[in-house]
Design a protein around this ligand. Sequence first.
Ligand SMILES: Nc1ncnc2c1ncn2[C@@H]1O[C@H](COP(=O)(O)OP(=O)(O)OP(=O)(O)O)[C@@H](O)[C@H]1O
Length: 241
Amino acid sequence: MNDSCVSIRSVSKKFGPTEILKDIDLEVKQGEIFGLLGPSGAGKTTLVKELAGLDVPTSGEIDVFQEKMPSLHLIEKLGYMAQSDALYMELTARENLEFFAALYGLKKKERNQRIMEAMKLVQLTDHLGKQVSNYSGGMKRRLSLAIALLHQPQLLILDEPTVGIDPVLRKSVWEAFHQLKDEGKTLIVTTHVMDEAEKCDRLGLMREGQLIAVGTPEELKQETNSSTIEEAFLVYGGVSL
Ligand SMILES: Nc1ncnc2c1ncn2[C@@H]1O[C@H](COP(=O)(O)OP(=O)(O)OP(=O)(O)O)[C@@H](O)[C@H]1O
């Protein structure tokens, strides 16, 4: 059986004359937490948007669950959390969740259960009735994560999911990611945070639109004789994060 969940083949992306993604090849396996690590502007968001079917490559192909992206009917299997929160500020968290649950076609009966489960995971149950405009930045991030989880997607694509979240909560969000992985879900997470990179099963290091290395955190450190991922990144790409 093919255990590949995402297959990226020779993907390039141009905005005008500028090449933002350069001939990317990558396989992400089912059930792994795959981290995309790289400095600002490396192309991480551009790549994950294409994985989520929100943008298309200029050339090359992306398959998700053996189906060519973009594919409308894969939407049910995907959860995408964008870098900036797409929330309705004037509504409460519950109203936001209800809206997205309806959009995903969740039946009324399962809606409430899914909302409670997702909010428990991000530790926001006590704030369900609060208007989102009164949420802190970190709370908004966690609510966005809860929304991405609502329909129990098989593949979660998370763009900088922990920005603005304090270290204690970040730890619990990562515990939630591992819990999802244990349930067999696949997670693709972009980050520039080194200790998060260490928590991924495998990493793809990106620099200037290129995937400069792929491997487990241990492999990347060993190959470069480095004691940290940051050091390994420097050896592979000669750039600091
Ligand atoms: N729609 C667009 N039109 C033109 N250039 C774009 C567009 N979207 C992204 N870019 C450019 O592509 C490059 C990569 O951007 P991208 O957001 O993918 O990087 P990133 O690695 O996610 O960075 P960050 O960590 O800061 O979010 C940047 O130079 C950016 O300016």
